[in-house]
Design a protein around this ligand. Sequence first.
Ligand code: GDP
Ligand code: IMO
Ligand code: MG
Length: 428
Amino acid sequence: MPAIVVVGAQWGDEGKGKATDLLGSKVDYVVKFNGGNNAGHTVVIGDETYALHLIPSGILTPGCTPVIGNGVVVDLEVLFQEIDTLEARGIDTSHLLVSANAHIIPSYNRVMDRVTERFLGKRQIGTTGRGIGPTYADKMSRVGIRIQDLFDHSILRQKIEGALMQKNHLLVKVYNRRAISVDEVTDELEAYAERIRPMVVDCSLLLNNALDRGQTVLFEAGQATMLDVDHGTYPFVTSSSACAGGAATGSGVGPNRIDKVIAVAKAYITRVGAGPFTTELLDEDGEKLRAIGHEYGTTTGRPRRCGWFDAPVARYARRVNGVTDFVMTKLDVLTGWDKIPVCVAYDVDGVRHDELPYSQSDIHHAKPIYEYLPGWTEDITGVREFSDLPANARAYVEAIEDMCGAPVSAVGVGPARDATVVRHPLQF
Ligand code: GDP
Ligand code: IMO
Ligand code: MG
């Protein structure tokens, strides 16, 4: 009954699809359990490149059922656009399932996201503007709209009315915007009701039954540990539980059913949006990493901030997720550096911290303490066996493994699905 969770170990865009691919055809269900279309996953299969936002990457694996869990927030317009785009490219999406309890992102929350960001001025989070934060806020305030509400006209209308009562005051009196009409939003959401009806399931029942039958369920996190609303660099985070614990709450599967937690980390590190970033490079090296690693956001196209590998962040990710295996991606991007700095600890006002400080002020003031590992020049993109990597590339992986506290079971050496060196099989 294997249940496996894949999470991001850094600030997102680690290439989480690499871990999904390694598990391959053995996976019966791929479940997205948090976030929404703030996520962006680029999957390269042969000559084809797919940019997915809301639909789990399992949609591209034949025989695998993709599920959008209750912990996800769903923009219906984006969902059907993504379905239509995939169908137009010959991908069968008829097996996609959506939890009846997932919350909907109504258009007014896209508006709220943008106006509140503007209002924050220089304290902006740099959100993706997709309405994610306001929709999770509505969920917690108990004025959210769920997928199942689409099938009861009077409930839907009442809930929209309840949500808009307060928001319209804010929009008109604080943000100087026009009020949004209840009818307009009800019509907008109901337009999708019949199309989504056949996809709607009891996600918890479906997945527990699958595990009881001995099938394999893969939980695929959006975002990452350092963007998690509890464990990330709050308030510069997203609004959902992106760590492994979120897989249980975001799907209705008990935590004791999870067998393996795979964390994906780049061989360096990136971040999109505002917030502290200890190893950030604002120099030529940062630009070089961005250029070679194509570090531009899949969702917003923003240039990603780039920096050297941060071991305190990786160790922290191991701890808060209970990581059993790391998958290191993008080792190929580091080819050609003479020496590669790796941050082994933080210096906060003259005091060494081996573990990530709990205080946000300390994280903001931290300076990286680097160790310099010898680089390599050989092209590694064609390598498929660990022993065929240059000695210094192997030593880099092994040094990071020692610092992280869990095995680096696979190493990505190129964007393609199969461009991976497997050290320890991830399958059961
Ligand atoms: P996600 O948000 O974690 O799913 O990651 P993204 O798709 O946003 O960003 C990861 C990017 O890195 C994608 O464009 C992948 O094709 C690419 N990628 C993944 N693994 C590797 C790798 O090992 N080497 C290189 N060069 N690119 C990779
Ligand atoms: P994947 O799944 C990188 C960042 C945004 C912003 C903050 C809050 O592709 O790794 P939000 O719109 O979620 O309220 O924005 O979180 N962010 C991401 N950064 N990868 C992502 O997803 C992200 N999803 C959100 O840039 O700083
Ligand atoms: Mg991404």
